[in-house]
Structure formats: structure tokens, C-alpha cells
Design a protein around this ligand. Structure first.
Ligand code: ZN
Length: 1117
């Protein structure tokens, strides 16, 4: 059987080399030769054509070898023929290869599966696993003995190390049977965190004996056919065929996942391990520790990490070096390199009695006790001489964070210094701000990581607590079917249909692990730790092909969509998942009827130095925060009543200002942030058509009403026929629409808005709002009040009607009538007396067609009896009117002045261009506005979410010169807008090319021939060949390559380079540049240069820009 498989395999394996001879005979014999070779071998031959161009790469061969060498081995089927094999031994596997050049082994025997190794006869030894025996023969007995003793030693060392295969390779993304192209019986393949392991079949997978492992950092995946895909490495192409298209998708996705995690994780691991002492676990000395406690500053193995986790995150924040890439900032990595396990243990493990020390094979119980004593109790730590003297410790901390001694900071912190103590510097009140002031970024990092952690101490209660908490979350178990979609890294915007996009999964939540698999196969499927889940969002029913769907967001910034038609079933899943992710202090959020729930970083006050982790639930327009460090700020936030909401999409920040309190929410996870930002924005906007559903002020008046009233009070009181005259209908429609989208963002300004348009907007709002201000139910009662004869009775009737209005309607009506009272106060100027105003507002407020005069009469009476009906304090009203008078006077005095104060804000016209469409926009620009700010303002107005490779950019366009140039993102807009040029916001198609080109350059310089024309030679010579050079910071033009002295020379910083050349100058190619030289020494000069290709031009432009802006081409995130 084994032989058959081998045959098939070799016949069809897709080798990367295409240099097989075309001659059939030779090819045939080549195959025959291989076949013969294969028949004698029990293993599968994975030929890899190592290309000579590929450098020996440490990552392609796994783990450091303990011993390598040639041995002979026998196939098991009783054959006596020995085969020469290249053998490698490391602490994970004993592998053998066809030869010493091969990258992919023929067999890999995990050390943990080896039961014994023994010498047999002359030069031979046996490696015995559970159900297989491998016989090897060495060159000599001495050589044989070396192998045997090394193997035995390795086995001994590895004994007791976690034997779970999943542990050896990190989380498994997918596994199952898969066809390697052409083979009849399938291989078993496991895709895990950063590699793929091939097994001959399920049986061997169970035994752990594999064929080979493929490191994914050099891999790439390509879909080739409906069910087929290629995994390409520099050494070989593996062509696979999946069972179904859907399965192919799953495999491809898993492989891509593995590639990206291999690529991203390697760098952190490599950097951290570059410090020698970080290659051994700080607690048990196990090799290759790939976890760390980021606040305790130790690198640890996975088994110790498990025990650290039990301490709770207030003691140890456990992060993976491979998976938690977002955590590993440059500074944090530096801290770990600077300190290293050895130095960190000078503090943590200064006094460890040998009897208590751990070794790699220590039991879980010993580990738990040791790690608890070491970090929770601080039993072995080096006691700082100031230990016990709180004030002295704090002082020492404040002094020390100004230096670079981070070990001292570690000792101070964990001997009791208060990370948030007061520094007595008014400007830098906390150690973090002090360290920042002294540029001690590593100090800042350590302090931040310990902002919310506990200092060690002997208080067992906490330990018990943390355990109970953990266990409670771990105790949740749930199992059942859900339909799921392949996870994605983009927001799901379009409807996902039931067929094709969802597949049924068997989901399990158990011991803090949420796993799901394809229920049609027996594969265990993928796993998510509940700690990785950062957010759960429930879609409105019917959003997708399944009636009920919800989304899960993870720390890897991926989105998982699940669905079912049974509401109960979905609700149950949501409940158990939410329960398992919520910490104790936020558990009550789980009982709310939320549409989105999860954790985000927050700052409760802007002065606070570093963000904490808060939990948030969004219910309708109410945001419920749970802020562990700011209990006093946990009051619910009504998003409709926010004073300010600003979203910095690019920075992942969202600022909420709510009646004096400020909350900054942020997330580095783009997808997660986007989901929250959209929901919060939507919830904060008007979410319906009634008054109460508008964005409201703190006094319950729709923002639109307040803003319009304020504006008219300021600028319209003396405007003749105010509210009677019609504004421009299109402008009114536009303004109203903008208000309805996000009233908070609309600020009315005299220079931008005309009073009649604003007045028209207010009227149209009241006319269109669903259920007018008097409400449908009560409106008839209001109208019929006119029939009451006695005035005082009418007034008291109005009063009682008013008191029964909903609060928003009541407040709005009062504000409006108060405003109209002011307007009629100036009726001698504006001609709008009570009667005139009533004629306008009656039908508007009662939403009638105007044929019934009673509507007008009611309004007239409300204005007339404003004081008694609304119980207005007359003194207050007089004060108010006095203020209004003052406003009017000021306005008038300003009118007299001929030149108004120069406003710091200028309204400028810019253009927006997308897909050939050009549109005129008016943007408010102040002196500090940069090109990047303008671009994002324009994009925001168009609700465009810039995609990664879009490079939206502001361009200066000079129509006279027929040139344009992309503005650097930090360039100030005002000077550009005040020049003769126009500004166009559009995509910069050249940017990607330019960035790629610059990335390929070792030094930023360029030389070459160009067609050149001097401004002064307009009539005579036209374009001439010139040799142009940019080196350092100087631009030079030579007559010839060999010329010694440049014809022209000027500093690059005094150049402005435009794309394009005026056609009248007859440029010889269409890839021209106009260069303006504006140096202090000389007058402004202008040159023209032409390139042969577009690419060449872009390269020159890239070099210019890169030098002018010191390599800062594009804003980083
Ligand atoms: Zn360990």
C-alpha cells in the first residue's frame, strides 16, 4: 500500500523546475528511476528543487539542529536494502531527508512519540515509537553511540513538556484530508499558526508521524481552479485539490492566515529572542518561550503562560509573541531586549531556594505554586532598600523615570511605588508625563503596562477571586449548530445570501474556547479563545440571508458572521458568548438589550495619561460604559444629546462630549473601530422623524431648532420680512438635509448662510417633522381653544395643554414662541408683528394647508400671551430683550465699518474629482489647515472611506501653466488657495509607484539624461539634451555627462516641481515637469524637463518629494 502511494505521488508531483528534457525517453527513464527508488522506500518523497538563488535561510529549516549527518536506514517491510538518508535531530523532531540539500523531509518523527532508542548489533540502532520501529545504521559504532546518546538525552529533556500537538505548532487553523494533485488516497494536512504539516494519512496524524512541515513565511497561495489551489514556496509548488469549492475557500483562507501570522510573528519573536536570555522561559527555563507577561517584563513558555493567566490580568498581562502582534510596539520590544529574562530575574528571582525552582518538566501544581509566589506574593524578589516607605518609593520612582534605568523602575514598581503618584511638578503631574518629558519612552512603556496592575503582596483572597472569576467564565459550555461565513478583514456591507456564502458549523463553547467546524466533515475546525473576542454586534433582523445574524470581532481584527433563522437559538448563543467575554465588573451589561457590546480603550478625561480598557454596550441611542478605573464616569450616555461627537477614523479615535464630561474611545483594530464608530454615529444622529428623535440639546430642544433660532436672533432680527420672505429653495433643502444627517456638525455662519435661507430651513423642518410640535393627538384641542370666549380661560386651557405635551415638544414650543416674541419686539424694523408671524407659523406648526385660520390665531395668542402661558419671569425676559438689543446694536455698528475684521476662517472653493466627475465645494480653511486635513474634510463630506491604496490627495492645479502637483500632506493650504492656482482633491495615481520606487532605493539620488528647456530660451533653441543630477540636497544640470561644471545648480528645497508642461512650449514627450526655482539669492526661474516614460517622470518626482520632505511621503496610518 505504501509503495502504491509513493508511486502515485511521484508521478504527479508538481515540481517547480521546468527543465525536464522534452525527450520522452529521457523523461520516462527519469520517472522510472524515481519509481524504483520510491518502491524501496516506505516514505513519501517530496522532491524540492532548491534554487541556487535562494540563500540558505534559517527559517526554512525548522528549529536549531542538535545533530545532523548521514545514516542508512531500512524500510520496514522486511527489506534488507539500506538507503542513505540525511538525518537531522532537533528538540522537536528526528527527520530524514533524501539528501542534505532537501528542504522538505521524507519523514518527521516527533521526539515525544519516541518510546525508546537502543543499539542493536553492529553500527545499528532502533528508534521505537508507539507502533513503528525505525532501524538506522551508522558509519561506525562510535558514530552510532553518539546518535543514541544524543537522542536519549533529547527525549529525556523533552519528557514532560506538553505533548499536545497543537501546542507544538500553535493554534490550528484548519486540518483534514486533502488531495495533493494526482494522488488517489488523500494526505492529511494540518495548517497551524505559521506552518503546514503533511501526514500520509489520518492514522499517522494520530501517531504524530508526519511527512514534512512547510514553513509559511516563504509561502504564497494561489487559487488555480474551482477546487484547486497552489501553495508555492521557493523550493516547490504543492498543488492541492479540495473536496468542494467551499472547502477550497476554507483551506486557502487558512493558509493565507498562516502566512500572515508567520510573517508578522517572526519579527517579534526574532527581536525578542535576539536577547539571549529570552530564549529560555523566565520561570521554568524551557526553550523557545513564545509568550510574555508584558507588565512583569518576562518571556515565558506556554505552560507557564497558562499559570500566569490564572493570576488574572491585574497581576500578569499575558501576551503571545506570535499572535498578539498589535501589542508589540517598538518600545515594548525594546524594553524586553534591554531587560531580558536574566536581568528581570535579578529582581523577580533574587532569592529562589533551589528546592522551589522550576524546570521545564515541573508539574502544573508546582508551576502554579511557584508562579503565584513569585509574582503575586513577590516572595523571591529583590527587596528595594526603600521597601515599606511609600513616599520615598514614589519619590524615587519620579526621579528614576527621568533616567534610562528601567530595571530600577521595575524594582520600584513591584516593591510598592505608586505608578500614578503625584510628582509635584504641576506641568507633569504623573510619572508617565514626567518620563515623557524626559524622552524616556521605555520608562513610559513600563509605567503604562502597569497602570492598572497590582503590586505583589501576600493577600490570598485576590488569588481565590481571580480563580473564581476565571473558572466562572471557563465554566460556560454551549454546543449547537450555527451557519457561518468565512471570516473576513473587511466590514460586511452587502447582504450575504443564505446559499453559497454561509455554511453550517458545529459550534462549541467550552473552557473559554469558542470553536466551530464544518459540520459535514469530522474536522475539529477552528478555535477562538474568548479573550480574543473584542466585540459582538447583532444585525437587525433580515440583514442577511438568515433572519438573525451576529458578528464577532477578534483581536486579530477579523470579523466572523454567524446566522440562523431561529431567534431563540441565536439569542442563546449571543448570551453565552457575551457572558463568557465580559469581566466581572461589566457583567451587568450582558443583561441589556444591546446591539453592540465589547471592549475598547478609553480615556475618561483628556488629561489622563494612558488609556484604560473599558466595556461598552450600545442600546438604541444609549451607550452604557463600564470603566473600571472611573466608576464615577460610568453614567449612561445619551448619544442623541451629545454636545460634541468627533470621529478620527484614521487614528481610530472617537471623542464624546456630554454635558461637561469627556470620553475618548479608541481602538487600534480598524474593523472593530469602524463598527463602533458607525453605530455610535448612527445612534447619535437623528434616527427618526419625530421631534424627540432628533439630535437634542441639553435642554431637550432639537439642535436644528436651537441653531436656527440663535442665528436669526444674531443676524436676522432687523431683516425686513424675516420668516415671510422665502429663501432659496435648493439651499434650504440642502441645509435641512445636512442638519438631519448630523445637526451637531452644522454651524451656521454669517459669511456662509443667508438669514432667509436659515429661516426657511426652520419653517420647513417644523412643517415636515413627523407629528408636529402639538402632536397629532392634541392638535385639535389646541385649535379648538380659540372657541373659548373668556381670555383667562383660554390661557389656562393653553397652560394645561402645554403641560401635557411630551417634554421635547414642550421645550421646543417654548423656545420657538420665545423667539417669535423677540422678532415681533422689533416689528417696527422687520415689519413682522404678531399677526404676520402667526400667519406664517400657524399652518407650519399645525401642518395644515392654511385654509383654517384658527391655526394662525392660536400662534398669535401664544405669542401675545407668551409671558403668562409659559410662565416666563418678566424680569428675565426684559434682560433677554436687552441682550438682544445689544446684539442688534453691535451688528449695526459692524455694518458701518467698511472693512470687517479679517476672519481667521476663509471659505474657499476647491474641487473634488472622482472617476472623471468634477464637483465644486466650499470649504472653510484656517491658517493651520494642512493638505491632509483638507483632503479628509472633502472625503468626509462625500462619506468616502479611503481605502488602503487609494492615496487621496489635494493637488495644486495651475490652469494657465497647464501643470499640477500633489500637495505634500503637511503643506499648509492657505498660501496655495490664495495663489492663482485651484485646488483639486483626487486620487494620486502615481503615489504607489513612487513609494515602491523609493523603497527600492538605497540612497535617495538620481542621475540621467533629460530633455531640458530654459525659460529664457523660449524663442530660440527649444528642448535640449541635458544631464541632470540630484545628490544630497542639490539639483544640478550639466551640458554633458562628462561636463565638470554644472550649467545650473540650486538647492532642492527652493524648487517647486509640477507635473506637466504648457503645450505651447511643444514638449517632446507627454511626461514633462515644470520646475520653479524660488531661491533667495536669485530671481524666480522656471525650467522645463521632459522624460521618456511616465515611470521615469514619477521616479524623478518621487526623489524630489522625498528629499524635500525627508522621506515623509505619505502619512503613516
Ligand atoms: Zn516556563
Amino acid at each position: 500500500m505504501a509503495e502504491r502511494e509513493s508511486d502515485d505521488f511521484i508521478n504527479t508531483s508538481t515540481s517547480r523546475s521546468d527543465h525536464d528534457s522534452p525527450e520522452d525517453n529521457r523523461k520516462y527513464s527519469h520517472i522510472m528511476q524515481n519509481q524504483k527508488k520510491m518502491i524501496r522506500d516506505d516514505s513519501i518523497y517530496l522532491d524540492s528543487e532548491a534554487s541556487p538563488n535562494i540563500p540558505e535561510d534559517s527559517t526554512s529549516r525548522p528549529a536549531t539542529a542538535i545533530k545532523t549527518g548521514w545514516l542508512e536506514k531500512t524500510p520496514p517491510q522486511g527489506s534488507i536494502i539500506f538507503q542513505k538518508r540525511w538525518i537531522t535531530l532537533d528538540n522537536e523532531y528526528l527527520r530524514y531527508f533524501q539528501n542534505d540539500k532537501d528542504v522538505y523531509s521524507k519523514r518527521m518523527i516527533p521526539i515525544y512519540s519516541i518510546m525508546r532508542v537502543m543499539s542493536v548489533g553492529t553500527q545499528k540502532f532502533e528508534v521505537v515509537t508507539h507502533n513503528r520501529t525505525f532501524l538506522f545504521r551508522a558509519q561506525s559504532d562510535y558514530e552510532r553511540n553518539t546518535w543514541v546518546s544524543l537522542l536519549q538525552k533529547t527525549i529525556e529533556e523533552q519528557y514532560g513538556v506538553d505533548r499536545m500537538t497543537s501546542d507544538a505548532c500553535g493554534p490550528i487553523y484548519i486540518q483534514g484530508n486533502l488531495e495533493l494533485r494526482g494522488i488517489h488516497s488523500k494526505l492529511y494536512m494540518v495548517v497551524c499558526e505559521d506552518k503546514v504539516i503533511l501526514y500520509k494519512n489520518t492514522e499517522e496524524h494520530k501517531q504524530g508521524i508526519g511527512i514534512t512541515s512547510i514553513q509559511m513565511n516563504l509561502g504564497s497561495v494561489r487559487e488555480t481552479d474551482k477546487r484547486a489551489f497552489d501553495l508555492t514556496t521557493p523550493y516547490r509548488v504543492f498543488s492541492f485539490v479540495a473536496e468542494t469549492e467551499q472547502m477550497k475557500q476554507a483551506w486557502v483562507e487558512a493558509l493565507q492566515h498562516a502566512i500572515s501570522s508567520a510573517l508578522s510573528s517572526d519579527s517579534v519573536v526574532a527581536k525578542i529572542w535576539s536577547q539571549d536570555s529570552n530564549r529560555l522561559c523566565a520561570d521554568c527555563n524551557a526553550t523557545h518561550p513564545d509568550w510574555a507577561s508584558v507588565n512583569l517584563c518576562v518571556v515565558i513558555c506556554s505552560r507557564c503562560a497558562g499559570e500566569h493567566r490564572r493570576l488574572g490580568s491585574s497581576v500578569s498581562k499575558v501576551r503571545s509573541l506570535k499572535m498578539d502582534r498589535n501589542v508589540w510596539t517598538e518600545d515594548l520590544i525594546k524594553v524586553f531586549i534591554m531587560l531580558g529574562n536574566e536581568r528581570a530575574n535579578l529582581f523577580w528571582a533574587a532569592n529562589v531556594p533551589p528546592s522551589e525552582a522550576l524546570c521545564p518538566s515541573s508539574s502544573d501544581t508546582d508551576r502554579r505554586a511557584f508562579i503565584f509566589a513569585k509574582y503575586r506574593q513577590g516572595k523571591y524578589r529583590w527587596y528595594h532598600k526603600l521597601f515599606g516607605q511609600q513616599e520615598a518609593l514614589n519619590k524615587a520612582l519620579c526621579l528614576n523615570v527621568q533616567t534610562d534605568d528601567i530595571l530600577e523602575t521595575l524594582s520600584l514598581l513591584f516593591c510598592g511605588a505608586d505608578v500614578n503618584c503625584h510628582t509635584e511638578h504641576p506641568e507633569f503631574p504623573t510619572p508617565v508625563s514626567l518620563a515623557t518629558r524626559y524622552n524616556q519612552t521605555l520608562q513610559v512603556e513600563i509605567l503604562k503596562q502597569n497602570q492598572n496592575t497590582d503590586s505583589p503582596g501576600v493577600d490570598v483572597e485576590d488569588f481565590v477571586d481571580a480563580n473564581i472569576l476565571n473558572d466562572l467564565r471557563l465554566s460556560i459550555t454551549h454546543r449547537g449548530h450555527l451557519f457561518k461565513m468565512a471570516s473576513t478583514t473587511r466590514p460586511i456591507t452587502e447582504r450575504k445570501s443564505r446559499e453559497g456564502e454561509f455554511s453550517q458549523s458545529l459550534c462549541t463553547l467550552k473552557k473559554g474556547i469558542f470553536s466551530y467546524g464544518n459540520s459535514r466533515s469530522s474536522m475539529p475546525g477552528r478555535q477562538l479563545k474568548v479573550e480574543e473576542i473584542v466585540c459582538l454586534a447583532i444585525n437587525p433582523p433580515g440583514t442577511h440571508g438568515f433572519e438573525y445574524t451576529f458578528e464577532i470581532y477578534t483581536e486579530a481584527d477579523r470579523l466572523y458572521l454567524f446566522g440562523e433563522n431561529d431567534p431563540e437559538l441565536v439569542r442563546e448563543w449571543i448570551m453565552v458568548i457575551v457572558k463568557s467575554i465580559l469581566p466581572r465588573n461589566a457583567r451587568d451589561l450582558g443583561r441589556l438589550d444591546f446591539q453592540r457590546i465589547g471592549r475598547l480603550n478609553y480615556k475618561a478625561r483628556l488629561s489622563q495619561q494612558s488609556p484604560g480598557v473599558g466595556w461598552f454596550a450600545l442600546v438604541g441611542s444609549i451607550l452604557h460604559p463600564r470603566l473600571p478605573d472611573h466608576k464615577e464616569e460610568e453614567e449612561d450616555i445619551d448619544l442623541c444629546r451629545l454636545q460634541e461627537l468627533s470621529v478620527k477614523q484614521d487614528q481610530g479615535k472617537l471623542l464624546l462630549i456630554d454635558r461637561g464630561r469627556t470620553l475618548l474611545i479608541e481602538s487600534q483594530l480598524k474593523l472593530n473601530f469602524l463598527g463602533w464608530a458607525q453605530d455610535i454615529q448612527q445612534a447619535s444622529g437623528s434616527w427618526g422623524n419625530t421631534l424627540a428623535q432628533q439630535q437634542l440639546t441639553g435642554t431637550d430642544i432639537p439642535i436644528i431648532v436651537e441653531r436656527c433660532i440663535d442665528f436669526i436672533t444674531q443676524f436676522g432680527l432687523k431683516s425686513v420680512g424675516i420668516y415671510r420672505k422665502n429663501g432659496v429653495s435648493s439651499k434650504i433643502a440642502n441645509l435641512l438635509e445636512n442638519f438631519l444627517v448630523d445637526a451637531r456638525r452644522i454651524h451656521l455662519r454669517e459669511e456662509e448662510h443667508r438669514v432667509d435661507d436659515v429661516a426657511g430651513t426652520l419653517k420647513r423642518f417644523f412643517r415636515n417633522v413627523k407629528e408636529g410640535v402639538f402632536t397629532n393627538q392634541a392638535a385639535p384641542a389646541w385649535l379648538s381653544t380659540i372657541g373659548i370666549k373668556e381670555e383667562s380661560q383660554r390661557i389656562s386651557h393653553y397652560q394645561s395643554l402645554l403641560s401635557s405635551l411630551p417634554s421635547v415638544n414642550k421645550a421646543t414650543l417654548e423656545a420657538l414662541i420665545g423667539h417669535l416674541y423677540c422678532i415681533q419686539h422689533f416689528s417696527n424694523v422687520n415689519q413682522m408683528n404678531q399677526h404676520n408671524l402667526a400667519i406664517v407659523f400657524g399652518p407650519t406648526l399645525f401642518q395644515t394647508d392654511g385654509t383654517d385660520s384658527s391655526a394662525g390665531k392660536v400662534i398669535e395668542e401664544l405669542i401675545q400671551h407668551y409671558i403668562p402661558i409659559f410662565e416666563v419671569n418678566e424680569e428675565q425676559l426684559q434682560k433677554q430683550l436687552h441682550e438682544v438689543n445689544l446684539i442688534v446694536e453691535i451688528q449695526e455698528s459692524l455694518m458701518v465699518e467698511t472693512s470687517p475684521e479679517p476672519s481667521s476662517n476663509i471659505i474657499c472653493t476647491v474641487y473634488f474629482e472622482d472617476g472623471g466627475q468634477k464637483e465644486e465645494l466650499h470649504i472653510k480653511v484656517d491658517a493651520s489647515m494642512t493638505a491632509a486635513a483638507l483632503t479628509s474634510e472633502v472625503l468626509e463630506q462625500h462619506k468616502i472611506q479611503p481605502q488602503e491604496f487609494d492615496y487621496w490627495c489635494s493637488f495644486e492645479v495651475n490652469e494657465v501653466e497647464e501643470t499640477e502637483r500633489p500637495l505634500h500632506h503637511r503643506e499648509l493650504m492657505l498660501p496655495v488657495l490664495q495663489s492663482a492656482s485651484t485646488v483639486v482633491v483626487k486620487k494620486n495615481d502615481a503615489m504607489e509607484t513612487m513609494l515602491v520606487y523609493l523603497a527600492s532605493k538605497l540612497d535617495i539620488s538620481k542621475y540621467g539624461m533629460m530633455k531640458f528647456r530654459d525659460e529664457r530660451s523660449l524663442l530660440s533653441r527649444g528642448f535640449q539634451q541635458r544631464y541632470v543630477s540630484i545628490t544630497g540636497t542639490t539639483f544640478r544640470i550639466y551640458k554633458e555627462v562628462r561636463s565638470y561644471r554644472p550649467e545650473k545648480e540650486c538647492p532642492i528645497k527652493s524648487l517647486t516641481v509640477f507635473q506637466g508642461i504648457k503645450k505651447k512650449l511643444r514638449p517632446p514627450t507627454s511626461w514633462g515637469m515644470t520646475v520653479v526655482c524660488d531661491s533667495e539669492e536669485q530671481d524666480r526661474r522656471q525650467w522645463y524637463m521632459c522624460c521618456d516614460t511616465q515611470n521615469e517622470m514619477r521616479e524623478w518626482l518621487a526623489i524630489f518629494m522625498s528629499i524635500q520632505h525627508k522621506g515623509d511621503m505619505w502619512p503613516k496610518e
